[in-house]
Design a protein. Structure first.
Length: 389
């Protein structure tokens, strides 16, 4: 983003920038929280964990048997699949309450949001399909059938992940041991990649070059897909029944939950080998990495806890009691607030950031909407938090 000084703006814009700068300087700071949203399938609730204090700060009623979870890129919404309600609950993270419930197909399981937040993809294990939700209207805009491969009774689509550029969506087909690649421009399957038996979780690397798939049946492996070639480039043995998979923000590590071993395997992506195995709670399923890479959160179904792993030591530092049978299958931690123009800690950072946004988007109302803040004040608070350094 090119930075343009305040002096180059018309007088009315100068006044707006200066006024907002003063508000930012004098108003209260409110950095965006990075909460973790944990689906509790037997409680029909979502536990909200403050990742700064590792305590439950809210419990949100949702539909029947909540399973999958995905947080929007701006952190303002969370999408929850309710398996036995055939719905998706949409949570407003500012209020920590359900604001809309979207009917979808039979037995929704996994869910993922595309990078610009405009679409949500939902897998239906027993309907062999993926629903596409338009987040502007909160309605299903398309249903993509997952083809039944030869010699398999059903593909059983389960885990789902979007590529960082939004051009592809990867679906782990549990029944077929394959990954279906969706072309998001056409909403069609562009490739089917054989991986391992019982593919459950799937995650893309931050640069989009690799896709990691947890194959939950014997011989218990993680497949590494070369995203450019749509082929498996490596197969990594892990513990028994790998299920969830998450990639660290810098792409150097992959964390895999092993449901029947009660462990998490840490994969070094440079060598494609397991560098550590961490004991956690009973039947770990969902896993996510905090955006700064400092901690990993693991939902332990049979223990009704969430284990928190310190990534520096590869040890569990606490176990948080949540609802009954937590799953948290998907990306369940809010992302950090967006970065802005200017140098944090410098005296003119707020003014520089505000003026750059006003120029780029044609006004601050438009900037707030484009960046998915609820209003200009929320945008101002985020700028102040950034500029405070």
């Amino acid at each position: 983003m090119k930075l343009i000084g305040i002096s180059s703006y018309p007088r009315r814009m100068k006044k707006l920038v200066l006024a907002l700068t003063l508000v930012c300087l004098l108003g209260p700071a409110s950095a965006r929280a990075q909460n973790a949203y944990i689906t509790n399938q037997f409680s029909n609730t979502v536990s909200v964990i403050d990742t700064a204090t590792d305590t439950v700060i809210a419990t949100i009623p949702v539909g029947l048997t909540p399973f999958g979870v995905a947080v929007s890129p701006d952190g303002s919404k969370v999408y929850i699949t309710n398996q036995n309600s055939n719905t998706v609950s949409v949570i407003d993270t500012a209020a920590n309450m359900v604001i809309v419930t979207i009917p979808v197909g039979l037995g929704p399981v996994g869910t993922a949001v595309n990078p610009d937040g405009s679409k949500v993809y939902v897998t239906h294990e027993f309907a062999n399909a993926v629903s596409v939700i338009d987040t502007a209207t909160n309605t299903v805009s398309a249903t993509i059938p997952v083809p039944v491969p030869p010699f398999f009774p059903s593909p059983l689509p389960f885990g789902v992940a979007a590529s960082p550029d939004g051009s592809k969506v990867y679906v782990a087909d549990n029944g077929a041991g394959t990954v279906s690649v969706i072309d998001t421009a056409t909403n069609t399957i562009s490739a089917t990649i054989p991986v391992g038996p019982g593919s459950f979780g799937v995650a893309a690397s931050p640069d989009g070059s690799k896709v990691y798939v947890a194959n939950g049946f014997f011989p218990n492996t993680v497949s590494v897909i070369d995203a450019a070639a749509n082929t498996v480039s490596a197969t990594i043995p892990v513990d028994i029944s790998p299920f969830g998979v998450a990639v660290s923000p810098d792409g150097s590590k992959v964390y895999v939950t092993n449901a029947f071993s009660n462990t998490v395997s840490v994969i070094d992506t440079a060598t494609n080998t397991v560098s550590a195995t961490i004991p956690v709670g009973i039947t770990p399923i969902g896993v996510a990495v905090k955006p700064d890479g400092s901690k990993v959160y693991v939902a332990n179904v049979s223990a009704s806890t969430v284990s928190v792993i310190d990534t520096a030591t590869n040890t569990v530092i606490t176990a948080i009691r949540v609802g009954s049978q937590p799953v948290a299958f998907g990306v369940f931690i809010q992302p950090p607030a967006p970065r802005f123009a200017g140098t944090p800690g410098s005296g003119n950072c707020q003014g520089t950031s505000v003026s750059a946004l006003a120029t780029k988007f044609g006004g601050l109302d438009a900037a707030a909407a484009a960046l998915r803040f609820s209003n200009v004040k929320a945008l101002q608070d985020a700028i102040q938090a950034f500029c405070a350094g």
